[in-house]
Design a binder for this molecule. Structure first.
Ligand SMILES: Nc1nc2c(c(=O)[nH]1)N[C@H]1C(S)=C(S)[C@@H](COP(=O)(O)O)O[C@H]1N2
Ligand SMILES: [Mo]
Length: 323
């Protein structure tokens, strides 16, 4: 590439690509040294159990809508991470049409009295989707403000009657190479998997999103149903979910499997715990008319600004250890 071409690339994009390359480089190194893979420092010790602290409705509601400037629809739907459609930010919006979002069912099983399945239509009959305006903070250092439509995840999970053995909830994304061109590349260990502790899953802020900006969810944002956990790094908010399983042990998750030292199971947004290769103290807020290139840097807040709503879930936990 000539210097002239190089200069045309916004610095912001170079950063993303470097982050991506670094993620790949470390993945390759880990694959070559399998013994390292499980050697996460937290792995040896039992993780802290779910909290029993109940969040009051007023406390929860105060986190439902931020008054901050909304990110534009075109940015929310044009600048995405959805590796099943490619690792470039514009890949998902270009490739999305191949994802068939109807008919769709989510299978629910594991430690629950009534295993079964549900469709997006059934979910909408159980509860009317409500609007939630949440911040979304990606671990890469950019953030958006997104007006989601969705149903509290708890409203769906309760129907299946989880038992006392359900300490965690595991989520799986569709993995169909015919619909998802990115599956041809081993960017991650497919299918994409994520997990929450049961108290996190049942928290009133945790949403099963059905739409955004009052419209159905576009494929690139995780149609027809995706998780939104606003106090955690964006990769916890798993897209296009096909399975939900109640489990007793902390489930394995895609990014944690790939690089356990860099992406913890909890991954609560935390400006005081840097990613091993970059600072998490600030973020580039893509909002209003600001494109990624010109977005201002603002301080990152503990739990992404939701400490009042979720801080009690982690009382007594060493957040450096359980990052
Ligand atoms: N299945 C799946 N879910 C995913 C991802 C992915 O690659 N595959 N990327 C995650 C990451 S890193 C982020 S930041 C958010 C981005 O959500 P958005 O594109 O709707 O802003 O989705 C998360 N959910
Ligand atoms: Mo992310």
């Amino acid at each position: 590439m000539s210097l002239r071409d190089a200069l045309k690339i916004p610095a912001s994009q170079i950063t993303d690509e470097q982050v991506y390359r670094e993620r790949r480089r470390v993945l390759a190194a880990l694959a070559a040294a399998p013994a390292l893979g499980l050697a996460g420092c937290a792995g040896a010790e039992a993780p802290p159990p779910p909290s029993k602290v109940a969040v009051t409705p007023e406390q929860a509601r105060s986190g439902f809508r931020t008054a901050e400037a909304l990110t534009r629809y075109e940015d929310i739907t044009g600048y995405n991470n959805y590796y099943e459609f490619g690792t470039g930010k514009a890949d998902p919006s270009r490739a999305r049409r191949t994802l068939r979002t109807s008919p769709w069912t989510i299978a629910v099983g594991g430690h629950c009295a009534k295993p079964g399945r549900f469709s997006p239509d059934e979910l909408r009959r159980w509860a009317v989707p409500e609007e939630r305006v949440y911040r979304l903070r990606c671990v890469e250092g950019w953030s958006m403000v997104i007006p989601w439509l969705g149903v509290p995840l708890a409203k769906a999970l309760e129907r299946f009657e989880p038992t006392s053995r359900a300490k965690y909830v595991a989520f799986t994304t569709l993995a169909d190479p015919e619909q998802m061109p990115g599956l041809a590349y081993p960017a991650l260990d497919w299918p994409y998997r994520e997990g929450l502790r049961i108290d996190e899953a049942m928290h009133p802020l945790t949403l099963l999103a059905t739409g955004l900006y009052g419209k159905p969810l576009p494929q690139q944002n995780g149609a027809p149903l995706r998780l939104v956990v606003p106090w955690k790094y964006g990769f916890k908010s798993i897209k296009s979910i096909v399975a939900i399983t109640f489990v007793e042990r902390m489930p394995s998750t895609s990014w944690n499997d790939a690089q356990p030292r860099e992406y913890g199971f909890f991954s609560n947004v935390n400006p005081n715990v840097d990613h091993p290769r970059w600072s998490q103290k600030t973020e580039r807020r893509i909002a209003g008319t600001a494109s990624k290139l010109f977005a201002e840097r603002i301080p990152t807040r503990p739990f992404n600004g939701y400490a009042e709503q979720v801080g009690a879930l982690y009382a007594g936990m060493d957040l450096r250890k359980w990052f």
